[in-house]
Design a protein around this ligand. Sequence first.
Ligand SMILES: Cc1cc2nc3c(=O)[nH]c(=O)nc-3n(C[C@H](O)[C@H](O)[C@H](O)COP(=O)(O)OP(=O)(O)OC[C@H]3O[C@@H](n4cnc5c(N)ncnc54)[C@H](O)[C@@H]3O)c2cc1C
Length: 408
Amino acid sequence: MSERIAADVCVVGAGPVGGALACRLAEAGLAVAIIDRAALPPMEHPDFDGRAYAIAADSRRLLEAAGLWQRLPFPAGPIRDIRVSDGRVGRPAAPLFLHFGAREAGAEAFGWMVEARSLRMALNARLHELPGLRLFAPAAAVVTRSADGATLRLGDGTEIAARLVVAAEGRDSRLRAEAGIPVTRIPYRQTGIVCAVAHERPHNAVALEHFLPAGPFAQLPMAPTEGAPNLSAIVWTERDALARRLLALPDAAFARELARRLGGHLGAVRPLGRRWSYPLTAMHAHRYTATRLALVGDAAHGVHPIAGQGLNLGFRDAAALAELLIAAAAAGADPGAPALLARYQARRRPDNLMMLAATDGLDRLFSTDHPLLRAARDLGIAAVHRLPPLKRRFIRQAMGASAASPAS
Ligand SMILES: Cc1cc2nc3c(=O)[nH]c(=O)nc-3n(C[C@H](O)[C@H](O)[C@H](O)COP(=O)(O)OP(=O)(O)OC[C@H]3O[C@@H](n4cnc5c(N)ncnc54)[C@H](O)[C@@H]3O)c2cc1C
């Protein structure tokens, strides 16, 4: 017999952002349903996603409040220092470089490296254990929204009546399209190559962002595993055509190309496991809300991975929306009221737009070999180094300290 369910909030998309939001709301006692079109257990397979995320301090607070951080099956690796350098492939980095230490901002770490798979495992466990949360996956929903509420009809006849629907379906959000919300997209014609690398010398929790003419190359310190005591994640941006050639190289030649970009500071390097590739685009939805609908995470915005901030912005959306919804529930107010949705958009759009502009600007400024632009940015780097207040601002921004604080 088909079931009828009443929920305060129904989240569509059980990716990291939708999943964390659903857990946070259920943890606070709201009645929550979450739907994903895909089955969730296969997403735990090592071949499903090779990404590792740099989780900022405020994202960590959201994950703790959602009961997810405590369930990560593999340890998170702290990032205690970041070195930014400007260089060319095969040559030493320019002598002008920036060094940011988390201690300079009085913090333990800039963030923590967490494998996408580890987060997925924690999510899959948590989504099953919260009493106020109903999970439907794989399932597709037909959604109707009106000023009074929303109804989601699933293929098996289940009907969910919700006060608010949250679109967390990633970049190609169907709910966003159905609501007629326009999107601005910036194609980069760049591909993000992602892989893990074992190295001879320890990384000492230092992350490296090496700006090369084709795009940034980042080495991010990971916690050790049984087979790899010194391990890092690599996010390597290249023009599409070159990326295709690099991805097709035999292992030894790929390792050589990687080592040329990384430099010698970690000793001999050995790429581990699969190479992954992700086409890079930035996008921004013109509105984050519609009648009984809120967009979060990549459904609302996508940024260049140059600063490793995409998921952190999504977590900040989830934290801001959760805070408003939990307060509304405590006051007995309507969680899908237009005023609440307007407050959500007002809190999140400026921060997301600023990050979109900053990451886009950084990519354009650094993805060039023009001598004048190189000189200008090297001077800029030197200036940031010499001006402690400016440097502290950068550090606080990277750690998410200036963004809307999450629900705790
Ligand atoms: C190369 C690369 C490196 C990155 N590195 C970082 C990093 O270091 N740090 C960082 O913060 N971010 C990083 N990002 C960005 C980050 O990966 C994304 O911001 C993040 O995955 C967005 O999460 P999400 O939950 O919004 O969407 P998604 O992860 O896309 O999840 C969407 C979910 O919705 C489901 N779904 C889709 N359509 C429907 C539908 N119609 N009905 C039901 N369910 C649906 C999907 O099955 C999926 O489970 C990186 C991105 C790239 C490309």
